[in-house]
Design a binder for this molecule. Structure first.
Ligand code: ATP
Ligand code: MG
Length: 217
C-alpha cells in the first residue's frame, strides 16, 4: 500500500504539486494522466523516493520512505521497487546486459535463474540482440525497453513507470502493456504508470488525473 499525504513541491517559488494526497492499494494498476508540465513526473519521482517533497509524506506499507537511510532506499530499489525514468537513465559505461543485471548484482540476487529471467524478458521485448551493446548504440525505443526490463528484473512488489511506451511503436506498445498486465495479474505487482495515451491508460484499473499539480478526480 502506498499513501501520499499532503505532498507539496515547488521549484523557484512556483508550486508544482499542491497538497496531493492519494492511496494506492497493493495489486492495483493505476495510470496517472495530465497535460505536459502538470506535475506527473514530479509526483511519481516523489513516490519512488527519487525526489524529496517540500512537505508531506509518502508511506510504503506504513513506512515513511523519507525517514529511511540511503542504504535502505538503495536496498528497496534493488529488491522491491522498480522504476522506469522518462529519460531511461541506463548506465552509459555498462553494456545492456550488465545494466539489466545491476540491481540484482547490488542485491546479491544475481544467479542463473535471475539471468534466465532477464533473458526471457529481453526476448519478449525484442532486445536480446542488444545485450552486448552499450546504451549509446541503442535506439530510443530499445533504451526504453531495456529500462523496462531492468525495472522488472527484480520481480518488484511495486513498479513505477514514467511514460513507458512513449518511444515505442504501436505493436511494441501492446507487447509492453501485455507484459505489465501479466506481471500485475500473475505476480500481484502494484503498477503505477504515467501516460499521455488513453489506450495505454485503459490497461490499468484506475486513472488518476492531475492538473496544475492537483488531483482532479
Ligand atoms: N528540476 C526542476 N527544476 C525546475 N523546475 C522543474 C524541475 N523539474 C520539473 N520542473 C517543473 O515542474 C513542472 C512539472 O514538471 P513535471 O516534469 O512533473 O511535469 P510532467 O507532468 O511530467 O510533464 P511531461 O508530460 O512533459 O513529462 C514543470 O513546469 C517543470 O518545468
Ligand atoms: Mg513527465
Amino acid at each position: 500500500m502506498i499513501n501520499c499525504e499532503n505532498l507539496k513541491k515547488s521549484y523557484n517559488g512556483e508550486e508544482v504539486l499542491r497538497k496531493v494526497s492519494l492511496e494506492i492499494r497493493d495489486g492495483e494498476f493505476v495510470s496517472v494522466m495530465g497535460k505536459s508540465g502538470s506535475g506527473k513526473s514530479t509526483l511519481i519521482s516523489i513516490m519512488g523516493a527519487h525526489l524529496a517533497p517540500d512537505s508531506g509524506r509518502v508511506l510504503h506499507d506504513g513506512v515513511d520512505i523519507f525517514s529511511l537511510g540511503e542504504r535502505e532506499i538503495a536496498k528497496m530499489r534493488c529488491t522491491s521497487l522498480g522504476f522506469v525514468f522518462q529519460n531511461f537513465r541506463l548506465i552509459p559505461t555498462l553494456n545492456v546486459k550488465d545494466n539489466l543485471l545491476l540491481p540484482s548484482v547490488l542485491a546479491k540476487s544475481a544467479d542463473k535463474a535471475r539471468e534466465e529471467y532477464i533473458e526471457m524478458l529481453a526476448e519478449r521485448l525484442e532486445i536480446s540482440a542488444m545485450l552486448g551493446k552499450l546504451p549509446t548504440e541503442l535506439s530510443g525505443g530499445q533504451c526504453q525497453r531495456a529500462a523496462i526490463v531492468r525495472a522488472l528484473s527484480i520481480k518488484p512488489k511495486t513498479l513505477i513507470l514514467d511514460e513507458p511506451t512513449g518511444a515505442l511503436d504501436t505493436a511494441m506498445e501492446r507487447r509492453v502493456m501485455e507484459l505489465l498486465t501479466e506481471i500485475n495479474r500473475e505476480c500481484g505487482a502494484t503498477v503505477i504508470q504515467v501516460t499521455h495515451s488513453e489506450a495505454v491508460a485503459a490497461y490499468g484499473s484506475r486513472i488518476i488525473r492531475i492538473r496544475d499539480g492537483e488531483i482532479v478526480e
